[in-house]
Write a protein that binds this ligand. Structure first.
Ligand SMILES: CC(C)(COP(=O)(O)OP(=O)(O)OC[C@H]1O[C@@H](n2cnc3c(N)ncnc32)[C@H](O)[C@@H]1OP(=O)(O)O)[C@@H](O)C(=O)NCCC(=O)NCCS
Length: 133
């Protein structure tokens, strides 16, 4: 079995623009989930480099908690980290933190995503395992 490279936690950032708002004037949850899916899949993709897979898909989104709204102009940071390795899957944890225009920071959402490594469109045993602490 091949040892997975230790993945440093990764951060992906976007700014809340007017087109991302719902009609209550706060960041639309679907937009946030879409960005979280992208950030988490980038984390999984990087973790899978060298495994031999040629792609990955989102299989599951779990325990999504929208904790507090984000507003126009907030910077949203998405912090991702690999939590678990399966045979073909990888579970990524994600936390969204908003930074308001005055610099105040607060967690707005957390969740986890499960991705499945693919080869030629089929689940692929990536043979990765976590390295020690
Ligand atoms: C995800 C998918 C490839 C799994 O295919 P499958 O034939 O069910 O594969 P398997 O039953 O062999 O499961 C493969 C792995 O996925 C995991 N898995 C499948 N469905 C899951 C779910 N709903 N939640 C969590 N894990 C899941 C299994 O536990 C297994 O993990 P492991 O190999 O690490 O033990 C298939 O269901 C699929 O293509 N779904 C659509 C994906 C998609 O369109 N996503 C949105 C766009 S990216």
């Amino acid at each position: 079995m091949q040892a997975a490279k230790k993945q440093d936690a990764q951060v992906y950032t976007f700014t809340v623009f007017p087109e991302f708002l719902n009609y209550a004037g706060t960041l639309f949850g679907g937009k946030l989930l879409s960005e979280m899916d992208l950030a988490a899949s980038n984390c999984a993709r990087r973790a899978l480099y060298g495994s031999g897979c040629d792609g990955l898909v989102t299989a599951h989104v779990g325990e999504v908690n929208f904790l507090t709204p984000a507003y126009l102009g907030d910077i949203v940071e998405l912090h991702t980290d690999v939590l678990e390795w399966g045979n073909t899957s990888v579970k990524v944890g994600i936390k969204a933190i908003k930074e308001e225009v005055n610099g105040q920071r607060r967690t707005i959402c957390d969740a986890f995503f499960v991705f499945v490594a693919l080869q030629k469109g089929k689940p692929f045993k990536h043979k990765l395992k976590p390295v020690g602490p």
